[in-house]
Design a protein around this ligand. Structure first.
Ligand code: P53
Length: 473
């Protein structure tokens, strides 16, 4: 135990996802992923999901920050900050370019051998997400994404190949990144990235909702099968869920506001309920009945869910959201007590302590904060330095709450990997200018730049935080 109260082997690192930093979209036999057909958007300008790759469109993930060719330099910088873990994902399309092949692509497997070896060279433990918004586009166009039960087998095969190949080089795994984003099924981006669901014009709101639940069910089944198999391949594997945790606060003390916030929390977190408990929560079963939703859930599926519960809860935390009852439904309202980022994300450090308490009480499992951070514009000074006190302030305030949750509330927390430890392509907007990194990357929204890496002020600050195991913030 150290001065901060965190365990001596607490995992400090950073998080990224393959499609947002690797580039090399066709290198080493890689296939097209759903992320490769997402155009650049902007603040409040949604990204388009095009029908295949179209001439004249800008697809920022195609080249991203070219980690594919820069990983040695980048991992060296992570080591310099003192990381003892690094969260990234395996691009499914490097391993199975179309998703439905019988045999994996050796060049893709080799790339991650090299990346993980580079991490271990510095004592950095890889923390790996299997599916982070990058499913093979072929599975989207030919199978309709996760609406098709056959996709379960493709994913489980992919998981098996990865678990076997990286049996001795990866210990910490997660199945699906932010599996619950799709709760907002009217948002084209969130359902496409989670489930490869691209809705057709005749698919109205009710159809969308039904397909989202269907796809989600197949995903939790696939996740459970992967967890069970992973434990057979290596009993030391720690395999977690990964949810986007956004606490929904009631806008007032009105009982109707309190109740709607509670009901929407149930609807937002049932994915991790299933992954942690091995069964659907009663409230969701009731919701399906009430709304005439009949997802294809077999008796065999229910056994699979029981047999593949997760070892820990991985979650992202960026902000809270505040909601009020609105007739039979609800509406999102501004929280006048919180400031917001340029992209309108509220800044709420106490919400992270709330999150850790809520998840601890609900699941009684160890946790890992696998994303947290502030997207902001950075300015490079004439001498090349980058002063980012706003980022330091955000992270410091959140780490303070995280440490309180460990010391005062007794939560079991394994690690902390803030998002986008090196600048990368924003998932939501496709921008480079929405930066999260400790490491600056010279590239702009139009794709100009020489990709040079440089250390921001926050780089030295985080280095000190890690060195003192959170005692000196
Ligand atoms: P960006 C939506 C809501 C909350 C988190 O987000 C989200 C999303 C999708 O944009 O994504 C997670 O880049 C995700 C990362 C993503 C990060 O949060 O839109 O796991 O891939 O980059 C930050 O600012």
């Amino acid at each position: 135990m150290s001065k901060s109260g965190l365990a001596a082997d607490f995992l400090w690192g950073g998080a990224v996802a393959a499609h947002q930093l690797e580039g090399g979209w066709q290198a080493g036999g890689k296939g097209l992923s759903i992320a490769d057909v997402m155009t650049a958007g902007a603040n409040k300008v949604p990204r388009k999901i095009t029908d295949g790759v179209q001439a004249g469109e800008n697809y920022p993930n195609h080249s991203a920050i070219d980690f594919y060719h820069h990983y040695k330099e980048d991992i060296k910088l992570f080591a310099e900050m003192g990381f003892n873990c690094f969260r990234t994902s395996i691009a499914w399309t490097r391993i199975f370019p179309n998703g439905d092949e019988a045999e994996p692509n050796e060049a893709g497997l080799k790339f991650y051998d090299d990346v993980f070896a580079e991490c271990h060279k510095y004592g950095i433990e890889p923390v790996i997400t299997l599916s982070h918004f990058e499913m093979p586009y072929h599975l989207v166009s030919e199978y309709g994404g996760w609406r098709d039960r056959r996709v379960i087998d493709f994913f489980v095969h992919f998981a098996e190949v990865c678990f076997k190949r990286y049996r001795n080089s990866v210990k910490y795994w997660m199945t699906f990144n932010e599996i619950n984003n799709q709760m907002d099924y009217m948002n084209d981006f969130l359902v496409a990235t989670d489930s490869g669901l691209v809705f057709r014009n005749n698919e109205d709101a009710a159809t969308r909702e039904a397909l989202m639940y269907q796809a989600s069910h197949y995903e939790v089944v696939a996740s459970a099968l992967a967890v069970k198999m992973g434990h057979q391949i290596n009993p030391d594997f720690k395999i977690g869920s990964m949810i986007n945790f956004t606490p929904l606060y009631p806008a007032s003390a009105k009982p109707a506001d309190i109740l709607v916030a509670e009901k929407m929390m149930q609807r937002r977190y049932w994915w991790s309920d299933v992954q942690a408990w091995g069964r659907y929560p009663v409230g969701m079963e009731a919701y399906f009945k009430q709304h005439g939703l009949r997802p294809d859930i077999t008796a065999e599926d229910r056994i699979v869910l029981q047999e593949g519960t997760v070892d820990y809860i991985g979650f992202s935390y960026y902000n809270s959201m505040t909601i009020a009852a609105d007739g039979a439904s609800f509406k999102i309202v501004a929280n006048p007590t919180l400031e917001t980022s340029e992209w309108d994300w509220p800044i709420d450090p106490l919400g992270l302590r709330y999150a850790l308490n809520w998840l601890q009480d609900r699941y009684h499992l160890p946790m890992m904060i696998v994303e947290n951070g502030l997207g902001a514009r950075d300015k490079v000074e004439a001498d090349g330095s980058i002063h980012d006190p706003y980022r330091i302030d955000y992270l410091r305030a959140h780490i303070e709450q995280m440490i309180k949750a460990v010391n005062e509330d007794g939560v079991e927390l394994w690690g902390y990997t803030p998002w986008g430890c090196i600048d990368l392509v924003s998932a939501g907007t496709g921008q480079m200018s929405k930066r999260y990194g400790f490491i600056y990357v010279d590239k702009d929204d139009e794709g100009n730049g020489i990709l040079a890496r440089s250390r921001k002020d926050s780089f030295y600050w985080y280095q000190k935080v890690i060195q003192t195991n959170g005692a000196d913030l």
